[in-house]
Design a protein around this ligand. Structure first.
Ligand SMILES: *Cc1c(COP(=O)(O)O)cnc(C)c1O
Length: 405
């Protein structure tokens, strides 16, 4: 293998080349019909994606961020409410909460799955909140606000521990909106129901993103809300379209948040390949696990509990001196990412929440060590071998550097 070998972090071009004819046919059809907003492509996609997620309803919207915001509003989260989520996610999770008028409340993550820590969630709900029996609501003791929803994030394509989350939500009468923006096709084994369940089918509603780099990505922006609740689906349909149930009859103020027909058509083409692509990602993850096993002292691979079938939106390892390893990899032609370098509670944008370093120690530690390796269905064995070799080399080089030359 020559040293000019290069493995990009993400390769959408290769993926699109495989299905180019079908994608181009969608564009040609759209130009011929001139149906750009709404219409059969959007409706068909919604049916097909609902079936894929094992839910009754899917409503296409313009992004994952809108999907989250609309789902929260449609589920009844009101201005001033507190909504619980994690600090180690893409900012959109918290933006959707505060833009729905609510206050994000962060709960730290589990150190092996990087998803919501159930014990800490339970502790918050039971010790930092009190039930207001008269109104049948749970109140945050510190702020005096109503706690009304939980937004678990299925981070990196791995489901959060939904049985436990749903049970706590049931006990405290909270809405659960899954952030499934990285988890198209992921599955969770529900002990309670004794069966595997699809991400997006477990909460009151769920939000998906079709940002190009996601497991199911548009060639532009897109998102969807999934739910089994017909009223919630109906509300999201109105919210995405200026609050109208019928053209120019506005029942409420809404947004311009629709999924357009070209993106829906392209997504229909890609959806046919999604299960196969997810399986290829799983195979690639198994290969990385094997290739990197020799360095198990220095590298922590992704931990997937027996109740999860992850879809590896990202393949994330933890290494000490991550930034140095990343630089060395970059120099050898291996693209990597960091998801995410600064937890939300320490972002400037959330300074107003008044958090400090040390408030969420697990999220903070993980943020300093996570490294996302190249991961996509078209990733070849040669490419993975190269990445693994360079990771192992970087670890050795890192030791040399830190010993002091
Ligand atoms: C991508 C993403 C979003 C937002 O989706 P957009 O389509 O970019 O608006 C929200 N949450 C998570 C966890 C994401 O990865």
């Amino acid at each position: 293998m020559c040293s000019a070998f290069n493995v990009p972090f993400l390769d959408l071009t290769g993926l699109h080349a495989e299905i180019e004819e079908d994608l181009v046919a969608v564009l040609k059809r759209a130009l011929k019909t001139s149906e750009f907003i709404g219409g059969p492509e959007v409706e068909e996609f919604e049916h097909e994606f609902a079936r894929f997620c094992d839910v009754d309803y899917c409503v296409g919207v313009s992004s994952g961020t809108d999907a989250l915001r609309f789902a929260l509003v449609a589920a009844g989260v009101a201005p001033g409410d507190v909504v619980v989520t994690v600090p180690n996610t893409f900012i959109a999770t918290a933006e959707a909460i505060s833009q729905a008028g609510a206050l994000p409340h962060f709960v730290d993550i589990d150190s092996s799955t990087y998803n919501l820590d159930i014990r800490k969630l339970k502790n918050y709900l039971e010790n930092e909140c009190i039930p207001d029996g008269r109104r049948g609501r749970l109140t945050d003791k510190r702020t005096g606000r109503d706690v009304t929803a939980i937004v678990p994030v299925h981070l990196y394509g791995q489901p959060a521990d939904m049985d436990a989350i749903l049970e706590l939500a049931r006990l405290h009468d909270l809405v659960v909106i899954e952030d499934a923006c990285q988890a198209h096709g992921a599955e969770y084994f529900s002990q309670k129901e004794d069966r595997w369940k699809k991400a997006g089918s477990m909460g009151t509603a769920a939000a998906f993103s079709f940002y190009p780099g996601k497991n199911l990505g548009a060639c532009g922006e897109g998102g969807a809300v999934t739910t089994n609740d017909p009223d919630l689906a109906k509300k999201v349909r109105m919210l995405r379209d200026h609050g109208q149930a019928k053209k120019y009859y506005h029942e409420m103020e809404g947004y311009n948040g629709r999924l357009d027909a070209i993106q829906a058509g392209l997504l229909r083409v890609k959806l046919r390949h999604l299960s196969d692509w997810n399986e290829k990602r799983r195979e690639a993850a198994r290969r990385y696990n094997n290739l990197l096993e020799v360095a198990s002292e220095a590298i922590i691979p992704p931990h997937v509990p027996s109740w999860a079938r992850a879809v590896y939106h990202l393949y994330v390892v933890r290494v000490p001196e991550r930034d140095l390893v990343r630089e060395l990899l970059q120099a050898r032609g291996v693209g990597t990412g960091i998801h995410y370098p600064i937890p939300l509670h320490l972002q400037k944008a959330y300074g107003w929440l008044g958090h400090r370093q040390g408030d969420f120690p697990v999220a903070e530690r993980v943020a300093n060590e996570v490294l996302s390796l190249p991961m996509y269905p078209q990733l070849s064995l040669d490419q993975q071998q190269y990445v693994a070799d360079k990771v192992l080399e970087s670890l050795t080089a890192r030791t040399r550097v830190s010993i002091g030359n």
